[in-house]
Design a protein around this ligand. Structure first.
Ligand SMILES: [Zn+2]
Length: 174
């Protein structure tokens, strides 16, 4: 029994061999002005606004422990209402591949974002589960994935996830 647990653990660890290692305790995340502007447009500031979401892409700088978010990738939604959104993974992947190719691999997948109709954005239990599962599903070269939830008063939730823990990232103003 013991042996089997060790083996399973080894498999889990070898699944995510990261080329780019970030220190998630002091990770700095920069959003370009363009990205900020685009994301701000989708905040659920009015009662009639539905939840929005998509993916984040950008550049990795492990030597200085910084990640720069340069792209917001969005597609039509499969389901969308005030309290939830189901993203079209196939469409998003296609769009991300295009960005990745155009940048010669410099602009890569960083993580996911979505909005909440809350003043102070906080993940639901379902969100956390989705975030954890997503980490193991995506193929990434870095050890962390970013998750952003936008509240309607700019009190956002931004964390990195390394397969074990969520850590608050330091938002850097450009
Ligand atoms: Zn949510």
């Amino acid at each position: 029994m013991k042996k089997r647990i060790v083996l399973a653990l080894k498999r889990m660890l070898s699944l995510k061999k990261s080329k780019y290692i970030f220190d998630e305790n002091n990770l700095e995340v920069i959003f370009t002005n363009e990205v900020r502007k685009k994301l701000n447009k989708y905040r659920q500031v009015k009662d009639v606004h539905f939840e929005e979401g998509g993916q984040l892409m950008g550049e990795l700088y492990p030597a200085i422990n910084k990640i720069i978010v340069t792209e917001v990738v969005m597609c039509k939604y499969i389901i969308q209402d005030k309290y939830g959104v189901v993203l079209d993974g196939k469409c998003l992947n296609k769009k991300m591949k295009k960005v990745w190719r155009k940048s010669k691999g410099n602009t890569t997948y960083l993580g996911d974002w979505h909005t909440h109709p809350q003043a102070i954005a906080k993940p639901s239990g379902q969100d956390k589960e989705t975030f954890e599962d997503n980490y193991w599903d995506v193929s990434i070269e870095q050890n962390v994935v970013l998750y952003l939830i936008l509240g309607n008063e700019k009190k956002d939730w931004l964390k990195s996830y390394n397969g074990k823990h969520f850590k608050s990232a330091i938002l850097v103003d450009k």
